[in-house]
Design a protein around this ligand. Sequence first.
Ligand code: NAD
Length: 485
Amino acid sequence: MMRADPPASHFVAGRPLEDRAGAPLAVDYPFTGTEIARLHEATPAVIEAAVAAAAAAQRDWAGVRPVERGRILTRAAALIRARGEALARLETLDTGKPIAETRVADWPSGADALEFFGGLAAGLGGETIPLGRDFAYTLREPLGVCVGIGAWNYPSQIACWKAAPALACGNAMVFKPSELTPLGALELAAILSEAGLPAGLFSVVQGGAAVGAALVADDRVAKVSLTGSVATGRRVYAAAAEGMKAATMELGGKSPLIVFADADLDEAVGAAMLGNFYSAGQVCSNGTRVFVAEPVMAAFLERLVARTRALRLGDPLDPATQIGPLVSAGQRAKVLAHIAAARAAGARLVAGGGGGPFAAGHFVEPTVFAGVTDDMALAREEVFGPVMAVMGFAGEEEVVARANALPYGLAAGIFTRDLARAHRVAAAVAAGTVWINSYNLTPVEMPFGGVRLSGLGRENGRAAIEHYSRIKAVHVGMGPLDAPY
Ligand code: NAD
């Protein structure tokens, strides 16, 4: 029987930690539905141990030379790369995503973040501000103890994207992975420790909403970074506000991908497939509203349907598999219900629509609906599965207005050969990230995050530093004091 049991449920204060008093947490392999690990949710004692260790360790860590902090992060990245195959396999077992993806996307992207912020650490600082006779300077300080809360679609990448900037800036982090995918973050904690990270600076505690909420409410916590749904984001942001804590919210969306008539159609079809079917559609920034210019609609659909039908569903550990199962039976049921509702609303199913050929596994076929109208639920609600909605449009102004009509703003895509149009539309769409003639690429050098209900704050890029550090201004009077008394 295939097992992937970690040494213990949690990683706290530099080592694996078990507390069997916590509620059992079964981890299933989404391809077979069988249990591969059994963990326990964090008890209040585990949470206390993690936060106390973080608070104690952070005080020393803030005093470590930045170049040394960075060296530990880059060493961790090297360990990740050296163990790439084993980590990819674990990520596939945890999530059900094809190994063809987890080899190139998940941990490698996490390693990129550790390298990027590891390199940046030594270059961070403040500025001096001349004031005539007096002057001021700024100190860039860490925030303190940060809490990271992850979603289940990119569990290890999310853990790295949060840990790397947090630690580079001199913070400690307590990370709570999604209860559906708890394994990768434990590996990250062990790897950071092996790379030389002092105990307590990156702890992992398991559990669901209650454990996350307990962490966010703790007075010793200065910041919370959540990757999750809009509904959860509202709750977590509100809880953080109670304690006036800093917050980064990486939430969901219903992003538009706009294909103009002059686009390279094969490229646009490829982008639409990448932006709807990768990770079985469980990607927050997916371009799930594909707006296609009417003159090229027929050609676009013909190529899209042919290429979609050729996609290979199968065993996620088979390197030839392109589409794996969804993360859970519940998510599959939710996606199939969206498909049924779209059919009932009159959308035209042109590819997929079913649960795939396998008896086990939480599969949904890559699915394309044409003739979707803006009022349908499929055009308004995040599905988080491999379901694409294709809609026609006539003009640029019209499509921008429709793209911006929803309250979300995570991402947008534009396919056109017209340079001026590309940049004009990029400026006009409500989105934190815009891809021109590309889609869903998130290199660590580029900031990533949402506007409107899709969230606030930024991960990646230099921009992330602003969300894991704060500025203290120091005024220096060169005397004599100019007092009015
Ligand atoms: P979710 O909102 O159900 O859960 C996210 C995390 O929050 C989990 O770890 C969960 O245990 C925790 N949580 C839930 N309630 C909480 C509470 N009250 N207090 C503290 N923590 C709480 O999301 P999910 O189903 O795991 O992930 C899918 C969602 O995440 C989608 O909406 C997707 O768009 C979004 N997402 C966004 C990004 C991004 O970067 N913008 C990336 C991936 C996923």
